[in-house]
Write a protein that binds this ligand. Structure first.
Ligand code: SER
Length: 890
């Protein structure tokens, strides 16, 4: 049975039993305590906690999930995968144990021809929590499962929670016996490889506070209702129903595995090590594709890091299979898109963008590997030089930490060089780093406290109504005041506060649009608002300072935004939409928005592109966008269904394919985009858009910055003034300016060269004079000369050598030239061979002179140079040198 069919059957079964089928939520968890959705129930957490009303009390989903704690096990065991889909049925205060167990039993054991999964009942086992007699009784008496196929297990196995504060409860799991050839008798307690868990039924009833680990947590109360959360891993089901040994060989992943084998000319099933690599690739390429499709971009933190790690592990395993510098990720991603596209058609539509991101990450990692390899070679050389046979733990750690070298790569490359690696040292450093990270995370946990305060506020105040699409000011009431994260009844002048209003005209930062600023006034006080955030969907928190008086909880208030700022931001936001469309028109659909920031008068827009965008394209886009402004297209915003928006071709960021109702902003027929931001009424209001330039901001992502409206005009006006000044100064027409400037620069360079030659010639002219006027000191010709100020250090040196060259070889000569090139004195000494035979050393004499100049210097015996800080001492220094020479020779 194909994976897609398994999902269809599951959903249909529960739909027929009164469940609402809810589409999978994004992998990017809305929940601030989680990075990624890692269980089917994650999107429903607020329903279990009673924070939000569910769309129905019976729900069913096939939810995309990513889990990476066991990433190192992937490919080695038959069970671990980083991406999986969880099929689940949920009851929010509707049915409980006595309904859910029979539902599960019926679907599993009903024959395939009647829409079930056709499991032989005698192969199924169940587990229940230690003291859950109620569940045991249902299994035994209602279902008829013999007591010897029901096992009681403790917290570690039969209690489920999210690993963070939230809902939890005891569970009952259903296992499938694969048969004695897979392991020992004795049920799941004895062997979880032979007995595979196929379905987890969680009886969600507890509210958890702090969760220290799987078995150590605080139950702080009961949930508002008794609920059901079940989870059946689609991939594991597929492995059983498709009769394959493991989840990497099922229909969806096997095609990727097969392609990887074909590309790397490997055969699956021959070499156990190669098989692990092939399985890792099959799993990871699929996970990477699904993450990118949901809008995650590779980076060094958070979700971006999870993605980066997964993609790099894929590339790394391809190299282990001998891919070398060949790039195979594109072809593999193609297969992943193809196989998953049956369930997630948007993957096919977004294929170009997905490729752009994954291809770029592959290229950048191959670059990293090349650099890392160079560092590795140095480490090897060093180790060998010290006659050591072992690469230190430090070196291995640095390769891992800085260059992203996995330890197995280091091990393998070291082995090729006949070296070992201090693995223990490496692991110790890794452990230390992990502990540091853990401590960091613990320190950040206080963030959780904040979130819970916001949660309480949201619960109390309800969703805040946003009025800002139509209004810039409104009467409202103070629904919450926080000072330092704590709810307070009032706040006085000078206090920094966070305020929640009943309804608000203030736009909270989001969708790339900066927050509004403004003021909130009550009868007794005034608060200046500088920032507005939405820490939980629907909760607007206004941050600012109480300027005068005091504000109190529950008071009526008047909220008013800074209208000029808002208008300027709205212009930027509308301009961003136009530029987005413009780049797509110019570069094709791969140019997809990857981020933006709309601030007053200025915006930046990030988009996926494989390389630098030529200046000609920037001009073309700018031109097209400004034409749209002149045509003054009407801007229209409306709500519609997700499907309708797609059908209309509305652009969406990767992540934006969720939610039933979406807001679409269209600018005439030119641009249509999903957007929650504020905009102008017609494109003419933008006035002008000026693109400033583009640059790279990461692998496969480019950034353009641009100005809008009066800011764009002012920029151009300034440029124009500059040009006017230049035409005036150069007495040239505007269009002649570049040529004229180029001419001037060329001539200037030539003149500078001539001048330099001239100056050298001048300096050298005096050389003959100086040689002629040399003093005889005990048979040595001595020249001590001060050159004119401004003579460069090079010229001083040239002069000294030139004078020296004018003496016959058998005549000892010693030349000392001093000068002040700019503000510090420099002295150069030169001695010929005959002079050196008399014991004179240039280095020593320069040392004497430099000391007198307040500095230091020295050098070789034949020529030396030094300098100091006191130009006024030059004459004394020259005098001193001569005395030293006389003293030495005399
Ligand atoms: N939440 C449970 C799990 O993830 C059942 O869905 O296993």
């Amino acid at each position: 049975m194909e994976s897609a069919e398994i999902a269809r059957r599951f959903l249909r079964f529960f739909e027929e039993r009164g469940h609402k089928v809810v589409p999978s939520a994004s992998l990017i968890a809305e929940d601030p305590t989680l990075l990624l959705v890692n269980a089917g129930m994650v999107p429903f957490k607020p329903y279990f906690l009673g924070q939000r009303k569910p769309p129905a009390n019976r729900l069913t989903t096939a939810q995309k999930c990513v889990r990476t704690p066991d990433i190192d096990e992937v490919g080695k065991t038959t069970r671990h995968a980083t991406f999986f889909q969880m099929l689940g049925n949920f009851s929010i205060g509707d049915y409980f144990k006595s309904e859910v167990i029979p539902f599960a039993w019926e679907l599993l054991t009903r024959s395939e021809s009647e829409g079930g999964f056709g499991f032989p009942p005698e192969r199924l086992w169940a587990t229940v929590y230690l003291d859950d007699d109620e569940a045991l009784d249902i299994w035994h008496n209602k279902i008829g499962l013999p007591l010897d196929r029901i096992q009681r297990r403790d917290l570690a196995d039969n209690y489920w929670h999210m690993g963070v504060p939230g809902p939890g409860g005891p569970c009952s799991e259903i296992y499938y016996d694969r048969g004695p050839e897979y392991g020992r008798d004795g049920g799941p307690i004895a062997d979880e490889n032979r007995y595979l868990e196929v379905w987890n039924l969680v009886f969600m009833q507890d509210q958890l506070g702090e969760v220290r680990n799987k078995v150590d947590f605080d139950i702080v109360g009961e949930l508002p209702s008794k609920n059901i959360d079940t989870g059946m891993g689609l991939e594991r089901m597929a492995a059983i129903l498709q009769g394959v040994d493991n989840i990497y060989e099922i229909d969806t992943t096997y095609k990727i595995l097969d392609k990887a084998a074909e590309l790397t000319k490997t055969r699956y099933g021959r070499d156990p090590r190669a098989d692990v690599s092939l399985r890792v690739i099959a799993d990871h390429v699929r996970t990477g594709t699904m993450l990118v499709a949901d809008g995650v971009l590779p980076s060094n933190e958070g979700r971006g890091y999870v993605l980066r790690r997964i993609l790099r592990r894929s590339v790394r395993n391809l190299r282990l299979l001998g891919s070398g510098d060949d790039r195979y990720m594109h072809d593999l991603t193609d297969v992943a898109i193809e196989v998953m596209g049956a369930q997630y058609p948007e993957l096919r539509a977004d294929a170009p963008q997905i490729h752009a991101v994954i291809d770029a990450e592959e290229a950048s990692f191959l670059g990293t590997l090349r650099t890392g390899t160079a560092i590795f070679d140095v480490a090897v050389e060093e180790t060998k030089r010290k006659a050591g046979g072992t690469l230190s733990g430090d070196q291995a750690f640095q390769l891992h930490d800085t260059y992203g070298f996995p330890i197995d790569l280091t091990l393998e490359m070291a082995a090729e060089q006949g070296l070992k690696v201090d693995e223990e040292g490496f692991r110790r450093l890794m452990k230390e780093q992990r502990e540091r990270a853990k401590a960091d995370a613990a320190a950040k946990k206080t963030g959780n406290a904040d979130i819970s305060v916001f949660g309480q506020l949201l619960e109390k105040a309800g969703k805040v109504e946003f009025l800002g699409y139509d209004l810039t000011e409104a009467d409202t009431a103070i629904a919450g005041i926080l000072v330092d994260g704590v709810s307070v009844p009032a706040a006085g002048a000078g206090t920094t506060v966070e305020i929640v209003l009943g309804r608000t005209p203030f736009y909270a930062e989001g969708g790339g649009q900066l927050a509004d600023q403004g003021v909130i006034r009550t009868g007794g006080g005034e608060v200046e608002i500088l920032d507005v955030q939405q820490p939980l969907a629907g909760l607007f928190v206004h941050r600012g300072k109480v300027r005068t008086g005091e504000v109190k909880l529950g008071e009526e208030a008047h909220a008013e935004i800074d209208v000029e700022r808002r208008r300027a931001i709205s212009r930027s936001h509308s301009a961003t939409h136009l530029v987005h469309r413009g780049f797509k028109n110019a570069l094709g659909e791969t140019a997809a928005q990857a981020g933006s920031e709309n601030s007053p008068g200025r915006f930046r827009f990030d988009f996926t592109a494989s390389g630098a965008v030529p200046a000609s394209v920037l001009r073309e886009v700018e031109d097209e966008v400004n034409a749209v402004l002149i045509n003054d297209l009407k801007v229209n915003a409306f709500y519609t269904s997700q499907a309708e928006a797609r059908a209309m071709g509305a652009l969406a960021m990767f992540g934006e394919k969720y939610g039933d109702e979406v807001r679409v902003v269209e600018i005439g027929e030119y641009s249509r985009e999903l957007c929650g931001g504020t905009h102008v009424h017609s494109s003419g209001q933008l006035g002008l858009v000026k693109v400033l330039g583009e640059q790279s901001v990461g692998a496969g992502v480019r950034r353009v910055e641009a100005l809008v409206g009066i800011d764009a005009f002012r920029f151009l006006a300034r440029e124009s003034l500059l040009v006017a000044q230049l035409t005036e100064q150069l007495k040239a027409r505007r269009e002649e300016l570049p040529e004229r400037v180029e001419g001037i620069v060329t001539r200037l360079r030539a003149a500078e060269k001539d001048l330099e030659k001239l100056r050298s010639a001048q300096v050298l002219q005096v050389a003959g004079d100086l040689a002629a006027k040399a003093r005889d000191v005990h048979g040595v010709s001595v020249v001590a000369h001060r050159a004119p100020d401004g003579t460069g250090a090079d010229d001083l040196r040239k002069l000294a050598l030139d004078v020296r060259g004018r003496f016959p070889a058998d005549r000892p000569a010693m030349i000392v030239i001093a000068g002040v090139p700019s503000d510090r004195p420099v002295v150069v000494a030169a001695v010929n061979e005959a002079g050196r035979d008399r014991g004179l050393k240039a280095g020593r004499l320069v040392g004497v002179a430099a000391k007198a100049l307040g500095g230091g210097g020295g050098g070789k015996d034949d020529v030396a140079q030094g300098g100091g800080t006191r130009p006024e001492s030059i004459d004394d220094a020259l005098q001193l040198v001569q005395e030293t020479i006389a003293g030495q020779l005399g």
